[in-house]
Write a protein that binds this ligand. Sequence first.
Ligand code: SF4
Ligand code: SF4
Length: 469
Amino acid sequence: MEENFRDSISTINEEGKRAWVFPKKPSGRLYEYRKWVSYILLIFLFSSPFIKINGNQFLMFNVLERRFNIFGFPFWPQDFHLFVISMIIGVIFVALFTVAFGRIFCGWMCPQTIFMEMVFRRIEYWIDGDRGAQIRLDKQSWNSEKIRKRLLKWFVFFIISFLIANVFLAYLISSDRLIQYVTDGPLAHISTLISLLIFTAVFYFVFAWFREQVCIIACPYGRMQGVLLDNKSIVVAYDHKRGEGEKGRKKFRKNEDRTALGNGDCIDCFQCVNVCPTGIDIRNGTQLECVNCTACIDECDSIMEKVNLPKGLIRYASEDNIEKKDKFTFTPRLKGYAAVLGILTFILVGMLFLRNDLEANILRLPGQLYERKEGNIISNVYTYKLVNKTSKDIEDVSFKLISHKGEINLVSYTSFTVPAQELAEGTLFIEINNAALSGDKDNLKIGVYSGNNLIETTTARFLAPRSYN
Ligand code: SF4
Ligand code: SF4
C-alpha cells in the first residue's frame, strides 16, 4: 500500500492554506444511534451544573477558588490527593478503553465531536444544504443568497457559542453564581462578562472555523493513538482483503462478475471519503485523523446494499480480525489496565467514604514557646483551621482535650459556627497542669464537638519545660 498519503493532511492544501472539508450529510443505522447518544450527552452537559446533590453542584471545576465537585462530592485543596486519584482513574479508563476499542470515545462521546458533528454541522446542513450545495455556495460570488445564508449561519453559531460559554462558566464559577450574575445584570459584573465573551469567541472560532483541526492537530488524546493502538484494538477499519481482492478496487459495472475478474468489493465510489468529517480516505488504513465517527461505515453499507454486495466492507474490526479473521481477545495488556483500574477505583471509593465532613487542623503558633502560669499550669498557643465540606452550617463548635486533663480556651468566644463549604480559622490556648504531662513534648488528642457531639478528632504537639516543679 502506498504511504504517501501520510505526507500531507487533509485540511491543508498544497499551498499550505486551509482546505475546507465539506462532508456529505451522514445517514444510516449508526448515525441514528449516535444522534440518540448525542441527545443524552448534550442534556447531561447542559444540565450537570444545575443538578444538586445534598446541596452540592453535581459537577463543578472552580479552578480560581480551588473548589471542585465531582458527582456531588465536594473536593477541597485538602482533598487534592483524591482529586488526583480520580483524574488518574479517568485517564487510565480512557487509555484502557482506547486499547480495546480505539477512538470510540472520540466518535461517540467527545464534546468536541458532539458539538461539531451533532450541533453545528447539522445546523450547517439545515442552512447551507448538503455537500454539493455547500461547495457551490462556497464558490459562488457574494450574492444575496450567500449573504443571507452566511449571516444566518454566523448568527446562529454565535448564539449557540454564547450558550455553551454560559454553561462552561457555570462549571467554573457555579451555576448559583452565574444565575446571580444574570439576575444582577451583565454590567454589574464586567470582568465576568468579558470572560464570557472571550469564551464565546473561543467556541465560535473552534466550531465555525477551526473545526476538525482540533482532532487532527490540537487534541493530545488523538496524538496518543500511535502508542495505545495495537493490532487487536477495535477501530473503524476498511476490510482491504475483501475490498481490494487480487486485482484491486474497480468501478461498478452492471452484470459484471467481479470475483471472476479478481476485483475486490470496493467499487471506488469515494462516498466513504466524501462523508468523512476529517477528509481522509479510510481505505489507506488506520490514521490518526480518524475520529471513529462511523459515518463511512453507514455510507459504505448503503452503497453495498445498492450494488447487492454484503455490508461491512468498512466496519468495526481490528487489524488481526481482518488479516487473520481473529476474534477480539482480552490481551495481557488489557488485563493489566483493568487490574490497575479496579485497584484505583477501590481506593478512591474507600477514600470517599472514609473522608470526614469536617477537616480539622490545629498547629502550634510558629516561634512561640510555652508559657508558665500560676498553679503549675503550662499554656501553649495554637492556630486552628476547620473546613466544613458539607452544604450545611456546623453550629456550636468547640474543642475538648481527650488525651489529657486540661482546658482549651478560644480567643474571644467559647463556641462558633463553621458555615457550609467554608473555612473557619482562629487562635486558641491549651492549658495543662504540668503534673499531667509525661514529658516536654506530649502529643495531644483533641476532640472537635458540635454541641455535645464529637464530630472529628485531631492531634497537636504540646511543649513544656524539661523539669518544671
Ligand atoms: S464507500 Fe465503500 S465501496 Fe465506496 S469507495 Fe468507500 S469503501 Fe469503496
Ligand atoms: S474515516 Fe470514517 S470513521 Fe474515520 S473519521 Fe472518517 S468517516 Fe469517521
